[in-house]
Write a protein that binds this ligand. Structure first.
Ligand code: HEC
Ligand code: HEC
Ligand code: HEC
Ligand code: HEC
Ligand code: HEC
Ligand code: HEC
Length: 288
């Protein structure tokens, strides 16, 4: 059945192209109403032939194939069959929570494209702990790790003509923050390694003056980052900066988390709690 669908679709497309060029595909389909019948379970989410599964299996996420018959606005087009009767949320089938996200009304994973919700899956990872429930910093914008999609769903940096189902990582300004000091500077060139699901050389996780420049957080392991991972002692968790194992003025070996507030009072309090997440990991050292 799928084969028939494919075959007939290809023939229609070919014919349309031969006769009139791409822009008029829809007009030609109007005159070919017998084409485009889907397998019986196509509208049934319990069927192995369900269109959601079909779209994923065939990487048809840019929905251009569907639009060729159902209209650019999904209201039916030449097929006369609207997507919007079921996909009634804003944007119809382009709704940001349909293919990924969707948990608690968010557009980012979980869930991933394949439906996974576990942190240990690379497509899910610790999105939640960078965006919804941050411990150390302000929520991190999508554009700090992915190219900002100014054009929304149809932005060429979103899905594109040949989607592979893997999101591109493209770091924004914070991860590349340069720290300069007398006699030198640190110029982070952050790297995402999908095989190890790790992020290295980023300003955010330690590649700054007196930070733990070798720190390599694991995207799929929430516990790979704690107080002391990005600066200080990653073993004990004391955040007092010890670059190369040496303490530099104004930080002395005796410092514990309880003294930081004396000079960084806008960020941290006497009990060692971060009181203003907007000023921590924001690219600026705040001190009084
Ligand atoms: C070649 C034209 C054509 C293409 C391409 C096409 N469809 Fe359809 N589709 C139709 C026609 C015609 C109907 C109505 C007749 C039918 O149900 O077979 C329909 C019906 C449907 C229905 C059933 C609607 C209902 O209310 O039961 C769904 C779901 C659907 N299409 C989804 C899709 C999706 C998703 C895509 C893209 C992957 C797609 N279609 C691509 C022509 C097409
Ligand atoms: C009969 C109702 C119905 C119609 C008509 C319908 N859909 Fe769906 N569609 C669903 C349901 C139900 C889901 C599963 C929703 C979910 O997982 O939250 C779904 C899922 C999807 C998904 C998500 C795929 C994924 O990643 O899992 C896409 C994309 C989609 N539909 C596109 C379309 C398009 C395009 C059309 C019109 C051509 C269409 N649908 C018509 C009911 C429908
Ligand atoms: C029809 C399915 C679908 C819908 C709807 C959808 N996306 Fe996506 N999205 C994808 C796919 C597939 C990828 C992976 C990109 C690839 O394969 O190159 C992706 C990736 C992303 C990424 C990661 C960066 C990238 O571009 O690779 C962001 C951010 C994103 N989507 C935001 C959105 C927003 C915002 C919306 C709503 C305007 C949205 N998505 C709606 C399928 C969808
Ligand atoms: C701290 C960095 C970071 C932030 C912030 C971030 N992402 Fe991601 N995102 C990632 C990583 C890493 C991956 C996995 C990339 C891979 O598979 O190679 C990913 C993957 C994705 C995927 C693909 C999921 C899949 O199934 O493979 C989508 C969609 C996505 N992100 C959307 C978003 C959206 C939307 C936002 C903002 C609300 C966002 N991301 C914010 C790092 C981030
Ligand atoms: C006596 C004052 C003082 C105390 C106490 C102090 N700091 Fe600092 N800290 C500074 C100053 C001043 C700078 C900025 C140095 C500069 O920009 O030249 C700084 C910079 C930093 C930086 C940025 C890296 C660097 O070395 O420039 C970090 C991280 C930091 N402090 C963490 C801490 C933590 C954690 C504590 C508590 C364990 C702490 N500081 C206690 C004064 C202090
Ligand atoms: C994800 C990496 C990361 C973790 C984890 C982290 N820090 Fe930081 N911290 C930074 C960065 C980056 C800076 C440099 C200044 C900035 O951008 O805010 C910094 C700076 C500071 C400062 C100096 C004031 C300022 O400008 O923010 C204090 C104090 C501090 N951290 C305390 C802590 C404490 C306490 C913890 C654990 C509860 C902690 N940090 C965990 C990344 C981290």
């Amino acid at each position: 059945m799928l084969k028939i669908f494919y075959l007939s679709f290809t023939i229609v497309l070919f014919t349309a192209l031969v006769y009139s060029g791409c822009s008029e595909i829809e007009d030609n389909l109007v005159t070919a109403p017998e084409i485009g019948t889907h397998p019986p379970g196509f509208a049934d989410s319990n069927s192995p032939e369900f269109h959601g599964k079909y779209i994923n299996d065939n990487k048809l996420w840019n929905l251009k194939t569907c639009q060729s018959c159902h209209g650019n606005d999904y209201a039916g087009g030449s097929s006369g069959s609207s997507c919007l009767t079921c996909h009634s949320a804003s944007g119809g089938p382009q709704n940001c929570r349909l293919c990924h996200g969707g948990v608690s009304g968010k557009s980012h994973p979980p869930k991933a494209l394949n439906g996974e919700t576990s942190i240990s899956y690379v497509g899910v990872g610790v999105h939640t702990y960078h965006i919804d429930s941050t411990k150390y910093s302000a929520p991190v914008a999508c554009g700090e790790c992915h190219t900002t999609l100014t054009g929304g769903f149809s932005d060429p940096n979103h899905i594109g003509d040949m989607p592979d189902g893997t999101a591109e990582i493209n770091f924004g300004p914070i991860a590349k923050t340069v720290t300069t000091f007398k006699g030198g500077g640190v110029f982070p060139d952050p790297v995402w390694d999908r095989n190890t699901a790790t992020c290295s050389n980023s300003y955010c996780h330690g590649n700054f003056r007196d930070g733990n420049s070798e720190a390599v957080p694991v995207w799929t392991d929430r516990n790979s980052v704690k107080c002391g991972s990005c600066h200080g002692d990653p073993v004990t968790g004391n955040p007092n900066p010890i670059p190369n194992g040496n303490f530099f003025h104004p930080h002395y070996p005796s410092y514990t988390i309880g003294v930081c507030y004396q000079c960084h009072g806008s960020v941290i309090d006497q009990s060692g709690s971060i009181i203003n997440k907007l000023k921590h990991v924001n690219g600026v050292v705040d001190y009084n």
